[in-house]
Design a protein around this ligand. Sequence first.
Ligand code: GLV
Ligand code: MN
Ligand code: MN
Length: 435
Amino acid sequence: MQTQTGNPSIHKESREVAIDAMRLIGELHTLAAFTSIEPSPEGTAVTRVVFTPDDLRARAWLKRLAESEGLLIREDAVGNTFFRWVGTEPDLPAVATGSHIDAIPHAGMYDGTVGVLGGLEAIRALKRSGARPRRSIELVLLTSEEPTRFGIGCVGSRLISGTLDPERADALHGAQRGSEEETLAQVRTAAGFTGPLSSVRLPPDYYHAWVELHIEQGPLLEREGIPLGIVTAIAAPAGYRYIIEGIGGHAGALLMPDRRDALCAASELILSIEKHALATGVIDTVATVGTCDVYPGAVNSVPSRVTLQVDIRDINPIRREGVMQAVRRDVEAIGKRREVRISESLVNADEPAICLPHIVEVIDEVCRSYGITAKHMVSRAYHDSLFMARIAPIAMIFIPCRGGVSHRPDEYAAPANIASGTRVLASALGKLASE
Ligand code: GLV
Ligand code: MN
Ligand code: MN
Protein backbone atom coordinates (compact mmCIF):
# COMPACT_ATOMS: atom_id res chain seq x y z
CA MET A 1 0.00 0.00 0.00
CA GLN A 2 1.64 3.23 -1.13
CA THR A 3 -0.11 6.16 0.49
CA GLN A 4 -0.47 9.55 -1.17
CA THR A 5 -2.17 12.31 0.78
CA GLY A 6 -3.52 15.57 -0.63
CA ASN A 7 -3.78 16.39 -4.29
CA PRO A 8 -0.89 14.69 -6.11
CA SER A 9 -1.37 16.74 -9.24
CA ILE A 10 -0.41 20.06 -7.65
CA HIS A 11 3.34 19.62 -7.45
CA LYS A 12 5.71 17.32 -9.21
CA GLU A 13 7.27 16.31 -5.88
CA SER A 14 3.96 15.04 -4.50
CA ARG A 15 3.86 12.44 -7.28
CA GLU A 16 7.31 11.25 -6.41
CA VAL A 17 7.50 10.86 -2.66
CA ALA A 18 5.27 7.96 -1.70
CA ILE A 19 5.24 6.36 1.71
CA ASP A 20 4.96 2.61 2.11
CA ALA A 21 2.53 2.92 5.00
CA MET A 22 1.89 -0.79 5.31
CA ARG A 23 5.58 -1.52 5.74
CA LEU A 24 6.08 1.37 8.18
CA ILE A 25 3.15 0.36 10.40
CA GLY A 26 4.34 -3.26 10.26
CA GLU A 27 7.80 -2.15 11.42
CA LEU A 28 6.28 -0.12 14.26
CA HIS A 29 4.51 -3.27 15.43
CA THR A 30 7.68 -5.35 15.10
CA LEU A 31 9.57 -2.79 17.19
CA ALA A 32 6.76 -2.81 19.78
CA ALA A 33 7.40 -6.53 20.27
CA PHE A 34 10.87 -5.75 21.72
CA THR A 35 9.43 -5.16 25.16
CA SER A 36 9.92 -6.56 28.60
CA ILE A 37 6.21 -6.68 29.45
CA GLU A 38 3.28 -8.74 28.30
CA PRO A 39 0.57 -7.26 26.05
CA SER A 40 -1.87 -5.17 28.08
CA PRO A 41 -5.67 -5.17 27.73
CA GLU A 42 -5.36 -1.35 27.49
CA GLY A 43 -3.35 -1.46 24.26
CA THR A 44 0.15 -2.33 23.03
CA ALA A 45 2.11 -1.94 26.22
CA VAL A 46 5.80 -1.34 25.76
CA THR A 47 8.60 -1.12 28.32
CA ARG A 48 11.98 -0.76 26.67
CA VAL A 49 14.46 0.78 29.03
CA VAL A 50 17.74 1.86 27.49
CA PHE A 51 20.48 -0.80 27.28
CA THR A 52 18.23 -3.62 28.47
CA PRO A 53 18.28 -6.78 26.31
CA ASP A 54 15.10 -5.59 24.55
CA ASP A 55 16.64 -2.23 23.68
CA LEU A 56 19.79 -3.93 22.38
CA ARG A 57 17.79 -6.43 20.31
CA ALA A 58 15.72 -3.57 18.87
CA ARG A 59 18.89 -1.67 17.95
CA ALA A 60 20.32 -4.74 16.21
CA TRP A 61 17.09 -5.18 14.24
CA LEU A 62 17.08 -1.52 13.21
CA LYS A 63 20.70 -1.72 12.09
CA ARG A 64 19.84 -4.68 9.86
CA LEU A 65 17.01 -2.64 8.28
CA ALA A 66 19.33 0.29 7.66
CA GLU A 67 22.09 -1.93 6.32
CA SER A 68 19.73 -3.41 3.77
CA GLU A 69 19.14 0.16 2.52
CA GLY A 70 22.87 0.67 2.09
CA LEU A 71 23.05 3.38 4.79
CA LEU A 72 26.42 3.98 6.45
CA ILE A 73 26.25 3.20 10.16
CA ARG A 74 28.22 4.84 12.94
CA GLU A 75 27.79 4.32 16.67
CA ASP A 76 29.25 6.67 19.27
CA ALA A 77 30.42 5.98 22.80
CA VAL A 78 26.96 6.40 24.33
CA GLY A 79 25.20 4.34 21.67
CA ASN A 80 23.78 7.17 19.58
CA THR A 81 23.51 5.52 16.18
CA PHE A 82 23.83 7.42 12.90
CA PHE A 83 22.50 6.04 9.61
CA ARG A 84 23.73 8.09 6.70
CA TRP A 85 22.58 8.26 3.10
CA VAL A 86 25.56 9.91 1.48
CA GLY A 87 24.75 12.89 -0.73
CA THR A 88 26.44 14.01 -3.90
CA GLU A 89 28.40 16.61 -1.90
CA PRO A 90 29.32 14.56 1.15
CA ASP A 91 31.51 17.27 2.67
CA LEU A 92 28.58 19.65 3.17
CA PRO A 93 26.88 19.61 6.59
CA ALA A 94 24.19 16.94 6.48
CA VAL A 95 20.46 17.23 7.03
CA ALA A 96 19.32 15.04 9.90
CA THR A 97 16.24 13.53 11.45
CA GLY A 98 15.76 11.12 14.31
CA SER A 99 14.31 10.37 17.69
CA HIS A 100 14.44 7.61 20.31
CA ILE A 101 13.31 4.02 20.73
CA ASP A 102 13.55 3.73 24.50
CA ALA A 103 10.18 3.62 26.22
CA ILE A 104 9.21 4.32 29.82
CA PRO A 105 7.55 1.56 31.87
CA HIS A 106 4.08 0.73 30.54
CA ALA A 107 4.32 3.11 27.63
CA GLY A 108 2.78 2.87 24.19
CA MET A 109 4.35 2.01 20.85
CA TYR A 110 4.54 5.38 19.06
CA ASP A 111 6.50 7.79 21.28
CA GLY A 112 9.90 8.25 19.63
CA THR A 113 9.57 5.21 17.40
CA VAL A 114 7.53 7.11 14.80
CA GLY A 115 10.43 9.51 14.40
CA VAL A 116 13.00 6.73 14.01
CA LEU A 117 11.10 4.37 11.73
CA GLY A 118 9.37 7.30 10.01
CA GLY A 119 12.82 8.77 9.40
CA LEU A 120 13.99 5.52 7.87
CA GLU A 121 10.91 5.30 5.66
CA ALA A 122 11.37 8.95 4.66
CA ILE A 123 14.87 8.10 3.40
CA ARG A 124 13.56 5.00 1.62
CA ALA A 125 10.79 7.07 0.01
CA LEU A 126 13.27 9.67 -1.23
CA LYS A 127 15.45 6.88 -2.62
CA ARG A 128 12.47 5.29 -4.38
CA SER A 129 11.62 8.66 -5.90
CA GLY A 130 14.95 8.52 -7.71
CA ALA A 131 16.32 11.52 -5.83
CA ARG A 132 19.94 11.75 -4.82
CA PRO A 133 20.41 14.47 -2.23
CA ARG A 134 23.11 17.10 -2.50
CA ARG A 135 23.70 17.04 1.25
CA SER A 136 23.85 13.71 3.03
CA ILE A 137 20.68 12.80 4.92
CA GLU A 138 21.22 11.19 8.30
CA LEU A 139 18.83 9.32 10.56
CA VAL A 140 19.88 9.37 14.22
CA LEU A 141 18.74 7.03 16.96
CA LEU A 142 19.40 8.92 20.18
CA THR A 143 20.21 7.09 23.39
CA SER A 144 18.11 7.37 26.53
CA GLU A 145 15.68 10.15 25.70
CA GLU A 146 13.60 8.89 28.60
CA PRO A 147 14.85 9.55 32.14
CA THR A 148 13.78 6.12 33.39
CA ARG A 149 17.18 4.58 33.82
CA PHE A 150 19.50 7.47 34.58
CA GLY A 151 17.15 10.04 36.12
CA ILE A 152 17.72 12.60 33.37
CA GLY A 153 16.23 12.67 29.88
CA CYS A 154 17.95 13.08 26.50
CA VAL A 155 21.33 11.73 27.61
CA GLY A 156 22.47 11.08 24.02
CA SER A 157 21.44 14.46 22.62
CA ARG A 158 22.73 16.32 25.69
CA LEU A 159 26.15 14.76 25.08
CA ILE A 160 26.02 15.49 21.35
CA SER A 161 25.31 19.14 22.09
CA GLY A 162 27.78 19.48 24.95
CA THR A 163 24.96 20.18 27.43
CA LEU A 164 25.96 17.40 29.83
CA ASP A 165 29.44 17.07 31.26
CA PRO A 166 30.87 13.72 30.08
CA GLU A 167 32.22 12.82 33.53
CA ARG A 168 28.94 13.63 35.21
CA ALA A 169 27.15 11.58 32.54
CA ASP A 170 29.30 8.51 33.14
CA ALA A 171 28.56 8.73 36.87
CA LEU A 172 24.78 8.91 36.37
CA HIS A 173 23.06 6.04 38.06
CA GLY A 174 19.67 4.50 38.22
CA ALA A 175 16.60 6.37 39.24
CA GLN A 176 14.87 3.01 39.17
CA ARG A 177 14.72 0.96 42.31
CA GLY A 178 17.25 -1.83 42.31
CA SER A 179 19.52 -0.24 39.73
CA GLU A 180 21.18 2.26 42.10
CA GLU A 181 24.59 0.69 41.73
CA GLU A 182 24.82 0.73 37.95
CA THR A 183 26.38 3.82 36.49
CA LEU A 184 26.04 4.84 32.86
CA ALA A 185 29.75 4.00 32.48
CA GLN A 186 29.12 0.43 33.62
CA VAL A 187 25.91 -0.06 31.69
CA ARG A 188 27.16 1.32 28.37
CA THR A 189 30.37 -0.68 28.59
CA ALA A 190 28.40 -3.86 29.21
CA ALA A 191 26.28 -2.97 26.17
CA GLY A 192 29.42 -2.67 24.03
CA PHE A 193 29.62 1.14 23.84
CA THR A 194 33.08 2.17 24.94
CA GLY A 195 35.42 5.12 24.59
CA PRO A 196 35.33 8.54 26.23
CA LEU A 197 31.98 10.32 26.31
CA SER A 198 33.76 13.53 25.36
CA SER A 199 34.01 12.06 21.84
CA VAL A 200 30.20 12.12 21.47
CA ARG A 201 30.00 15.91 21.09
CA LEU A 202 29.39 17.24 17.57
CA PRO A 203 30.48 20.66 16.30
CA PRO A 204 27.87 23.38 15.74
CA ASP A 205 28.21 23.22 11.94
CA TYR A 206 27.85 19.45 11.74
CA TYR A 207 24.20 19.57 10.63
CA HIS A 208 22.63 21.99 8.18
CA ALA A 209 19.20 21.25 9.66
CA TRP A 210 17.48 18.86 12.06
CA VAL A 211 13.79 17.85 11.78
CA GLU A 212 12.18 15.40 14.23
CA LEU A 213 8.87 13.68 13.56
CA HIS A 214 6.92 12.82 16.72
CA ILE A 215 3.42 12.19 17.98
CA GLU A 216 1.94 15.31 19.57
CA GLN A 217 1.42 13.68 22.99
CA GLY A 218 -1.29 16.28 23.60
CA PRO A 219 -4.90 16.75 22.46
CA LEU A 220 -4.85 19.87 20.30
CA LEU A 221 -4.43 18.48 16.77
CA GLU A 222 -7.11 15.85 17.25
CA ARG A 223 -9.46 18.30 18.98
CA GLU A 224 -9.11 20.80 16.14
CA GLY A 225 -9.24 18.15 13.42
CA ILE A 226 -5.81 19.14 12.06
CA PRO A 227 -3.62 16.33 10.71
CA LEU A 228 -0.21 17.89 11.28
CA GLY A 229 1.57 20.27 13.62
CA ILE A 230 4.73 22.26 13.01
CA VAL A 231 6.56 23.00 16.22
CA THR A 232 7.84 26.53 16.68
CA ALA A 233 9.23 26.17 20.24
CA ILE A 234 9.84 23.48 22.86
CA ALA A 235 9.05 24.17 26.51
CA ALA A 236 11.85 24.08 29.04
CA PRO A 237 11.97 21.17 31.48
CA ALA A 238 13.68 21.02 34.86
CA GLY A 239 14.18 18.12 37.22
CA TYR A 240 14.86 18.06 40.95
CA ARG A 241 15.38 15.30 43.48
CA TYR A 242 14.24 15.74 47.08
CA ILE A 243 15.39 13.57 49.94
CA ILE A 244 13.28 13.79 53.08
CA GLU A 245 14.85 12.26 56.18
CA GLY A 246 12.79 11.67 59.30
CA ILE A 247 12.90 9.00 61.96
CA GLY A 248 11.58 5.50 61.40
CA GLY A 249 10.24 3.01 63.87
CA HIS A 250 7.60 0.47 64.74
CA ALA A 251 4.21 1.30 63.19
CA GLY A 252 2.42 0.09 66.31
CA ALA A 253 4.70 1.21 69.08
CA LEU A 254 6.01 4.61 67.95
CA LEU A 255 3.53 7.10 69.42
CA MET A 256 1.96 9.63 67.05
CA PRO A 257 3.16 12.77 68.89
CA ASP A 258 6.74 11.46 68.73
CA ARG A 259 6.83 10.82 65.01
CA ARG A 260 9.05 12.39 62.35
CA ASP A 261 7.40 10.59 59.45
CA ALA A 262 9.29 11.29 56.21
CA LEU A 263 6.40 10.28 53.98
CA CYS A 264 3.92 12.61 55.68
CA ALA A 265 6.38 15.47 55.13
CA ALA A 266 6.86 14.36 51.52
CA SER A 267 3.09 14.42 51.03
CA GLU A 268 2.97 18.06 52.08
CA LEU A 269 5.83 18.81 49.70
CA ILE A 270 4.03 17.12 46.79
CA LEU A 271 0.92 19.19 47.43
CA SER A 272 2.99 22.36 47.69
CA ILE A 273 4.45 21.69 44.23
CA GLU A 274 0.97 21.20 42.78
CA LYS A 275 -0.34 24.33 44.51
CA HIS A 276 2.42 26.62 43.27
CA ALA A 277 2.34 25.26 39.71
CA LEU A 278 -1.40 25.97 39.61
CA ALA A 279 -0.91 29.38 41.18
CA THR A 280 0.89 30.77 38.12
CA GLY A 281 -2.55 30.73 36.50
CA VAL A 282 -0.85 29.86 33.21
CA ILE A 283 -1.60 26.64 31.36
CA ASP A 284 2.06 26.39 30.30
CA THR A 285 3.28 25.68 33.84
CA VAL A 286 3.18 21.97 34.66
CA ALA A 287 4.75 20.12 37.57
CA THR A 288 4.73 16.44 38.44
CA VAL A 289 6.10 14.27 41.20
CA GLY A 290 6.38 11.02 39.28
CA THR A 291 8.38 8.83 41.64
CA CYS A 292 8.37 8.38 45.37
CA ASP A 293 10.74 5.88 46.96
CA VAL A 294 9.87 5.08 50.55
CA TYR A 295 12.43 3.59 52.89
CA PRO A 296 12.28 1.03 54.39
CA GLY A 297 9.01 0.40 52.51
CA ALA A 298 7.28 -1.94 54.93
CA VAL A 299 3.65 -1.63 55.92
CA ASN A 300 4.43 -1.80 59.62
CA SER A 301 7.37 0.57 59.60
CA VAL A 302 7.24 4.37 59.87
CA PRO A 303 8.98 5.79 56.76
CA SER A 304 12.36 7.23 57.70
CA ARG A 305 13.49 8.37 54.27
CA VAL A 306 11.69 9.35 51.08
CA THR A 307 13.14 10.28 47.71
CA LEU A 308 10.96 12.24 45.29
CA GLN A 309 11.65 13.13 41.68
CA VAL A 310 10.07 16.34 40.46
CA ASP A 311 9.53 17.25 36.82
CA ILE A 312 8.58 20.88 36.20
CA ARG A 313 8.23 22.62 32.86
CA ASP A 314 7.31 25.95 31.42
CA ILE A 315 7.85 27.79 28.19
CA ASN A 316 9.13 30.59 30.47
CA PRO A 317 12.07 29.39 32.62
CA ILE A 318 11.85 32.46 34.89
CA ARG A 319 8.28 31.60 35.84
CA ARG A 320 9.38 28.00 36.36
CA GLU A 321 12.06 29.18 38.79
CA GLY A 322 9.45 31.33 40.57
CA VAL A 323 7.42 28.20 41.30
CA MET A 324 10.52 26.48 42.69
CA GLN A 325 11.26 29.44 44.95
CA ALA A 326 7.75 29.31 46.39
CA VAL A 327 8.16 25.55 46.91
CA ARG A 328 11.48 26.14 48.71
CA ARG A 329 9.78 28.50 51.19
CA ASP A 330 7.29 25.73 51.95
CA VAL A 331 10.11 23.18 52.22
CA GLU A 332 11.70 25.25 54.97
CA ALA A 333 8.42 25.54 56.84
CA ILE A 334 7.59 21.83 56.48
CA GLY A 335 11.07 20.82 57.64
CA LYS A 336 10.86 23.03 60.75
CA ARG A 337 7.34 22.09 61.72
CA ARG A 338 7.80 18.35 61.22
CA GLU A 339 11.43 18.24 62.38
CA VAL A 340 12.63 16.43 59.28
CA ARG A 341 15.58 17.20 57.03
CA ILE A 342 14.72 18.03 53.43
CA SER A 343 17.45 18.38 50.83
CA GLU A 344 17.02 19.39 47.21
CA SER A 345 19.33 18.55 44.34
CA LEU A 346 19.12 19.85 40.82
CA VAL A 347 19.04 17.22 38.10
CA ASN A 348 18.63 19.58 35.16
CA ALA A 349 17.24 23.03 34.39
CA ASP A 350 17.06 23.56 30.67
CA GLU A 351 16.27 26.47 28.44
CA PRO A 352 13.44 26.36 25.89
CA ALA A 353 14.31 25.84 22.21
CA ILE A 354 13.13 28.06 19.39
CA CYS A 355 12.69 26.47 15.97
CA LEU A 356 14.24 28.14 12.94
CA PRO A 357 11.58 30.06 10.95
CA HIS A 358 13.20 28.98 7.68
CA ILE A 359 12.74 25.26 8.45
CA VAL A 360 9.20 25.91 9.69
CA GLU A 361 8.57 27.65 6.36
CA VAL A 362 10.03 24.73 4.37
CA ILE A 363 7.67 22.34 6.20
CA ASP A 364 4.78 24.75 5.69
CA GLU A 365 5.54 24.86 1.96
CA VAL A 366 5.58 21.06 1.74
CA CYS A 367 2.24 20.91 3.56
CA ARG A 368 0.73 23.47 1.20
CA SER A 369 1.96 21.51 -1.80
CA TYR A 370 0.26 18.37 -0.47
CA GLY A 371 -2.93 20.20 0.54
CA ILE A 372 -2.32 19.35 4.20
CA THR A 373 -3.52 21.83 6.82
CA ALA A 374 -0.84 22.44 9.44
CA LYS A 375 -0.96 24.13 12.81
CA HIS A 376 1.97 26.00 14.34
CA MET A 377 2.34 24.95 17.95
CA VAL A 378 4.52 24.73 21.04
CA SER A 379 5.76 21.35 22.24
CA ARG A 380 5.04 20.91 25.92
CA ALA A 381 6.77 17.57 25.97
CA TYR A 382 10.53 17.67 25.63
CA HIS A 383 12.36 15.91 22.86
CA ASP A 384 15.92 15.32 21.74
CA SER A 385 15.31 18.30 19.44
CA LEU A 386 15.52 20.54 22.52
CA PHE A 387 19.23 19.71 22.68
CA MET A 388 19.89 19.28 18.95
CA ALA A 389 18.78 22.95 18.78
CA ARG A 390 22.01 23.88 20.55
CA ILE A 391 24.12 22.70 17.61
CA ALA A 392 21.75 22.92 14.66
CA PRO A 393 18.77 24.82 13.31
CA ILE A 394 15.74 22.66 14.12
CA ALA A 395 12.03 22.18 13.71
CA MET A 396 9.62 19.35 14.53
CA ILE A 397 6.63 17.77 12.83
CA PHE A 398 3.81 16.57 15.07
CA ILE A 399 1.09 14.12 14.17
CA PRO A 400 -2.10 13.74 16.21
CA CYS A 401 -2.47 10.99 18.75
CA ARG A 402 -5.80 9.69 19.96
CA GLY A 403 -7.18 11.63 22.89
CA GLY A 404 -3.78 13.29 23.29
CA VAL A 405 -2.76 10.14 25.19
CA SER A 406 0.92 9.26 25.53
CA HIS A 407 3.18 7.41 27.98
CA ARG A 408 0.34 4.88 28.26
CA PRO A 409 -0.33 1.56 26.50
CA ASP A 410 -3.42 3.01 24.79
CA GLU A 411 -1.28 5.61 22.98
CA TYR A 412 -2.37 5.49 19.32
CA ALA A 413 -1.67 7.34 16.10
CA ALA A 414 -3.66 6.61 12.94
CA PRO A 415 -1.70 5.03 10.05
CA ALA A 416 -2.90 7.74 7.65
CA ASN A 417 -1.50 10.47 9.91
CA ILE A 418 1.76 8.59 10.41
CA ALA A 419 2.04 8.18 6.64
CA SER A 420 1.32 11.82 5.83
CA GLY A 421 3.65 13.07 8.59
CA THR A 422 6.36 10.81 7.19
CA ARG A 423 5.72 12.07 3.69
CA VAL A 424 6.00 15.68 4.81
CA LEU A 425 9.21 14.77 6.67
CA ALA A 426 10.63 13.11 3.56
CA SER A 427 9.91 16.07 1.32
CA ALA A 428 11.19 18.57 3.88
CA LEU A 429 14.43 16.59 4.24
CA GLY A 430 14.72 16.43 0.46
CA LYS A 431 14.27 20.21 0.13
CA LEU A 432 16.69 21.02 2.94
CA ALA A 433 19.25 18.60 1.52
CA SER A 434 19.14 20.41 -1.81
CA GLU A 435 20.05 23.79 -0.22
C1 GLV B 1 9.50 13.03 27.08
O1 GLV B 1 9.31 11.84 27.14
C2 GLV B 1 8.93 13.92 28.01
O2 GLV B 1 8.78 13.52 29.18
O3 GLV B 1 8.55 15.04 27.60
MN1 MN C 1 8.37 9.83 26.13
MN1 MN D 1 9.43 10.96 22.76
